[in-house]
Each structure stands twice: as structure tokens, then as C-alpha cells.
Design a protein around this ligand. Structure first.
Ligand code: UD1
Ligand code: UDP
Length: 371
């Protein structure tokens, strides 16, 4: 006899660093509300400092199921995750597969759930960069159209979904990353010792990893040259993709030896939160970091080193500026941000830190409707 839908656990699926950060407050709320769930890590990110470190620091339960998907191409990676998820869903009962964001893991898990007749919930639904060079833009669009429950962080995201006539039900909840900052920054301030390692008093915090940026040699060079010439020194926790590209192109030693740039390995969440809080400004092509910069506990200008953003709310709220990928554009923007006296808003456009509670309440209500 099949288990009634209402009693089937939610399967929470993650695969990369930002998914762990953004799912953490939801997992905590599931525990608090005694919603049954299983936790799956698909292993798209596999280094300790891109995966397990986050599970430990955020005090999440060990994943019930974990995969190893080392793959030579993005297509193979997506296909392998889908095959592994298909096999898992054949033996593990789930009432809802919950995914977050726009990675290959998200699309693969959503497709696998769809083929097994399991409903999909998409956290951070409705973001659009309208930049079709980005694999993430395809992943998020496809996942939105596969989802029964769409948790849009903002009204704008909801409008994007309505314009595309998605089939699922849309709820505006805020983004759980604002919850994550509020839940972890006080702990980070107590526990992190990262500031004792930083060589500079004042610094910009930089990250870069987007494929359309770091896989393009001209853009990769622009980034490292801009950081090396920056009017304020740069602290640069380096993503493994970027390290690999710099090494392949003979650029790694140059940036590592530059006195104006402090290259660090990918950092744990607590250390990274402290650096966001203490820096003068943030220079990044990250999605999550654009959002975190708007948290009332961080409130930092963020220069988006890309041609577009799927988070225009951060630009409209005057936190973010899309500066492009040219060296001079980046340097001019850093100088202007350092000279700017503008006050940033005290509220985040991505919610008030209660997104995870809202999402879990909705999931409980929706699961009950199926009794
Ligand atoms: C992926 C997501 C991106 C997200 C980012 C978060 C897709 C299409 N991209 O990009 O949206 O912003 O994660 O960080 O899903 N690598 C390691 N160790 C690891 C992980 C990756 O060495 O633990 C290296 C490998 O060489 C790998 C490369 O980084 O081939 C790229 O990793 P991948 O997960 O494919 O994409 P990301 O650039 O991390
Ligand atoms: N982050 C971190 N350590 C780092 C860099 C980023 O903990 O060295 C966190 C950051 O605070 C945010 C998330 O990782 O919560 C963003 O991940 P990333 O930039 O890799 O992915 P994106 O958000 O662009 O998908």
C-alpha cells in the first residue's frame, strides 16, 4: 500500500556550496516544525572546503544520501546526477523534492523527480538574467516550469514567473540567504579567527567563478589585473574553478605574489561572513553574495563584475552596481565606491529573515491539502 502523500517526507536536495547555505535555514525549520525530511547531497561540489565544511559549520545533519559525480563535462555531470537521483527516487519515498537555485544539480534533481512522478518545490524561483550564455539561466527557467511549488524571493521574481505562465503555485517568501546571515553572523563574530590572517586594515573582498567570466581568458585577465591595481587592497578567496583556469593560463603565480592581493582558499561560511562585514566593499560575480550584501547585518556596496544580474532588486535598492567585466570599468567603479558617501538602505529587498519559516509553513499546508 502506498504511503499517503501527506505523510511522505520532503527530500531536500543540494549539490553545491550556495545550496547548502540557502537550504540550512529551511532544514532547521523542518526540524523545529517536525516536518519529516531526507537530506541528499549530490556531490557536484566535492572538495571538503566546498561541501562538508559547510555541513559541519552550519550544524546540519549528515546527508542521508551522498553521491560522487566527478564528470568531465557539464552535460555528463547533469546526466549523472539525474541518473543517481532517479535510482534514489526508485527506492526512497518522497512527497516533494525541494531544490534551491539554478545549478546543474537543481535541474537534474527536478527532472528526475518529474520522471518519477514526484512533485518539485523550487526555492529562489523566478530569477532571470536574460543572459542566455549562462547555464544557470537555462537551469532556473527549466526548473521553474517543472515545479509544483515556486518560492519566489520577491514580487519581481513572481512577475517573471507569471509572464512565463508557469504551471505551479507561486508564493513570495523572501530569500533564505537573509535568514542564513542572521542565523550565522553572531556565531561567526564569536568563532571566526580570519581577521588575524588578513594582511590589510582596509580591504575589498572579491570572488569570481562564473563560467562565462573565468573560462574566458580576456575576462579572467581583466579581473586579476584589476585586483592587482585596485586602489584598495583585495582579499580574494579563490573558487576552485578559477584557480584551475589561472593555473592553466600561467596567471596564478603572478596574482599569488602580488602584494596588493591576498589570495585565500575557498573559505567556510563563518569566515566569509566576517570578511563581508569588515570589508570596505565587495567585488563579485556571485549571485548569493549580491544578496548577502543587502542584509541589514552586512550592508555593503557590491560591484557586480558581470554584464547582467538576475538580482536587479539589489541594484534598485542601491546596494549593487553592474559594472561589466573590463579592467578599467572595474577600477573606475572601485574608486567611485570608495569615494561615495551614500547611505545604504537598512532593509534588504530580499526579505526580513523569515523566508524559511514561510516556506516551511507553506509546504506543511500544501502537503496537508493532498490528504
Ligand atoms: C557551480 C554552478 C554555479 C554556482 C557555483 C557555486 C552550474 C552550472 N554552476 O559552478 O551556478 O554559482 O557552482 O559555487 O551548476 N571544482 C573543484 N572542487 C569542487 C568543485 C568544483 O575542484 O569541490 C572544480 C572542478 O574543476 C570543476 C569546476 O570547479 O570542474 C567547476 O565546478 P562546477 O560544479 O561544474 O561549476 P562551478 O563553477 O562550481
Ligand atoms: N561563500 C563562502 N566562502 C567563500 C565564498 C563564498 O562561504 O569563500 C558563500 C557566500 O557567503 C554565499 C555562497 O557561498 O553564501 C555563494 O556561493 P557562490 O558565490 O559560490 O555561488 P553563487 O551564489 O554565485 O551561486
Amino acid at each position: 500500500m502506498s504511503v499517503p502523500f501527506a505523510l511522505k517526507p520532503v527530500m531536500v536536495v543540494v549539490g553545491t556550496r550556495p545550496e547548502i547555505v540557502k537550504m540550512a535555514p529551511i532544514i532547521r525549520a523542518f526540524k523545529k516544525h517536525e516536518v519529516p525530511f531526507s537530506f541528499v547531497h549530490c556531490g557536484q561540489h566535492y572538495d571538503y572546503n566546498m561541501s562538508q565544511q559547510f555541513i559541519e559549520e552550519l550544524e546540519l545533519p549528515a546527508p542521508d544520501y551522498g553521491f560522487k559525480v566527478k564528470a568531465a563535462s557539464a552535460g555528463l555531470q547533469t546526466a549523472r546526477i539525474m541518473a543517481l537521483m532517479d535510482r534514489l527516487l526508485a527506492k526512497v519515498v518522497a512527497g516533494l523534492v525541494l531544490v534551491e537555485g539554478d545549478t546543474n544539480t537543481v535541474l537534474a534533481a527536478a527532472l528526475a523527480a518529474n520522471r518519477r512522478g514526484v512533485a518539485v518545490g523550487h526555492v529562489e524561483a523566478g530569477l532571470r538574467s536574460f543572459d542566455l550564455r549562462m547555464p544557470e539561466e537555462h537551469n532556473r527557467r527549466l526548473t521553474d516550469h517543472l515545479s509544483a511549488l515556486l518560492f519566489a524571493p520577491t514580487e519581481r521574481a513572481k512577475a517573471n514567473l507569471e509572464r512565463e505562465s508557469v504551471w505551479g503555485k507561486i508564493y513570495v517568501t523572501g530569500n533564505t540567504v537573509i535568514d542564513a546571515v542572521a542565523q550565522h553572523l553572531p556565531i561567526a563574530e564569536r568563532k571566526s579567527k580570519i581577521l588575524s590572517q588578513i594582511r590589510f586594515e582596509r580591504f575589498a573582498l572579491a570572488t569570481a567563478h562564473r563560467a562565462e567570466n573565468v573560462d574566458n581568458l580576456a575576462v579572467l585577465k581583466n579581473f586579476v589585473r584589476a585586483f592587482m591595481e585596485s586602489p584598495v587592497p583585495v582579499v580574494y578567496p579563490m573558487h576552485p574553478r578559477t584557480r584551475k583556469r589561472l593555473r592553466q593560463n600561467g596567471l596564478l603565480a603572478e596574482v599569488m605574489q602580488c602584494g596588493n592581493v591576498q589570495v585565500l582558499p575557498p573559505l567556510g561560511y563563518l569566515d566569509f561572513l566576517v570578511l563581508m562585514r569588515r570589508c570596505e566593499l565587495i567585488v563579485t560575480d556571485s549571485g548569493g553574495v549580491q544578496e548577502e550584501a543587502t542584509s541589514p547585518l552586512i550592508r555593503k556596496p557590491v560591484l557586480v563584475i558581470r554584464l547582467s544580474t538576475e538580482r536587479p532588486e539589489a541594484v534598485e535598492a542601491r546596494f549593487a552596481k553592474v559594472v561589466g567585466t573590463g579592467k578599467h570599468q572595474i577600477l573606475t567603479a572601485i574608486t567611485a565606491a570608495l569615494e561615495s558617501k551614500k547611505q545604504l538602505p537598512e532593509k534588504s529587498p530580499f526579505g526580513d529573515g523569515n523566508a524559511s519559516e514561510k516556506i516551511v509553513e507553506i509546504i506543511k499546508k500544501e502537503l496537508r491539502r493532498y490528504i
